[in-house]
Design a binder for this molecule. Structure first.
Ligand code: GDP
Ligand code: CA
Length: 310
């Protein structure tokens, strides 16, 4: 079993990359749920949905989230009634949210709901939310505390970040299967996801960081930061706000002790000498997953770094 910790856009691209190279059934993705929220009475779970849609081959590859060819007609009509419409939920996406909200209302745990939705899309990778319990990322700004989605989507990640907290994390339990998926992994990957917005909340669920730190199988991360930049907000904004240097060394410092290897982009090849003293071996490769060929190549590099034969 191969286990991956991941968020949404970057995470889904990497999980999809692995699933195009090894048997999807061999892969377990442990997905961030700290940016879940409620809109219009619907439970929205962005990262599990993005991973599901990507693995189903239905994701909008340009945007990285939502369905390809999606329309937003229902949302336009919500505006008519004066509702807030800054959080984009497409017409087809709406069905997922209604279905999930109904199942949760019937008292199914989130992990069962994530699995049910994945099944609905024919996804063969095992998808696990990090926890069935409520954890919420709150961004601390000069203007006050802002829930993650409002910070990112409504406010375009413009407010300088003073702090980030994961409400509820301390009391949350890893979802069923999460700790075993880490402890029994042949290799563990940390996807090129937002280190603070997507990976830190997973690690904040008691037991998960410890399980990763103690795993004595290859642990490999892929840097989401390329040449000092994130491909999308708010990874760089969050790193900078918390005092991290926004580059591959900053990523390596955050993951030191949790990973054995870090795949950095060719653009950052000269940084390896700075990173390796942290106890993190660097693997230099093209890391931009812009198409199927690029995804396959990165998956091959990552599996090779972890000593996994496809
Ligand atoms: P979110 O939950 O939708 O914010 O997505 P993630 O947390 O999973 O990923 C966000 C990060 O993915 C950003 O910092 C991007 O730079 C990174 N990312 C997206 N696509 C790629 C890619 O093709 N290669 C690499 N290396 N990073 C990527
Ligand atoms: Ca996310």
């Amino acid at each position: 079993m191969i286990t991956v910790l991941c968020g949404g856009v970057g995470g889904s691209r990497f999980v999809r990359a692995l699933a195009s190279t090894i048997e999807p059934e061999r892969i377990t993705a442990i997905i961030n749920t700290a940016d879940d929220d409620e809109f219009h009475g619907l439970y929205v779970s962005p990262d599990p949905d993005i991973v599901t849609y990507a693995l189903a081959g239905e994701v909008d590859e340009e945007r990285g989230w939502g369905f390809r060819g999606e329309t937003f007609r229902w949302l336009e009509h919500m505006r008519r009634f004066g509702h807030e419409t800054w959080f984009q939920i497409g017409d087809r996406d709406l069905a997922t949210h209604i279905h999930r909200t109904r199942l949760l209302r019937d008292d199914l745990p989130l992990s069962a709901v994530v699995a049910d939705i994945a099944r609905g899309f024919g996804v063969r990778v095992r998808l696990l939310p990090m926890s069935d319990d409520r954890v919420r990322t709150v961004v601390e700004t000069d203007g006050g505390d802002v829930p993650f989605q409002r910070f990112l989507i409504e406010r375009h990640a413009q407010d300088p970040v003073r702090g980030v907290r994961f409400e509820g994390a301390g009391a949350a339990r890893p979802a069923p299967g999460v700790l075993d998926a880490i402890r029994e992994a042949e290799a563990l990957f940390i996807a090129p996801s937002n280190p603070i917005g997507s990976i830190a909340p997973i690690l904040a669920v008691p037991g998960i960081r410890e399980a990763v730190a103690q795993l004595d199988r290859p642990r490999i991360a892929v840097s989401p930061i390329i040449a000092g930049r994130s491909l999308q907000p708010p990874a760089a904004e969050m790193m900078a706000g918390l005092g991290h240097v926004v580059d591959v060394t900053g990523v390596a410092r955050m993951y030191a002790g949790l990973i054995d290897g870090l795949i950095i982009d060719e653009a950052d090849g000269d940084r390896a000498a700075e990173i390796e003293p942290l106890g993190v071996r660097c693997i230099v490769a093209p890391t931009l997953m812009r198409d199927e060929a690029a995804r396959r190549h990165l998956a091959a590099v990552a599996l090779d770094a972890a000593g996994i034969t496809p």
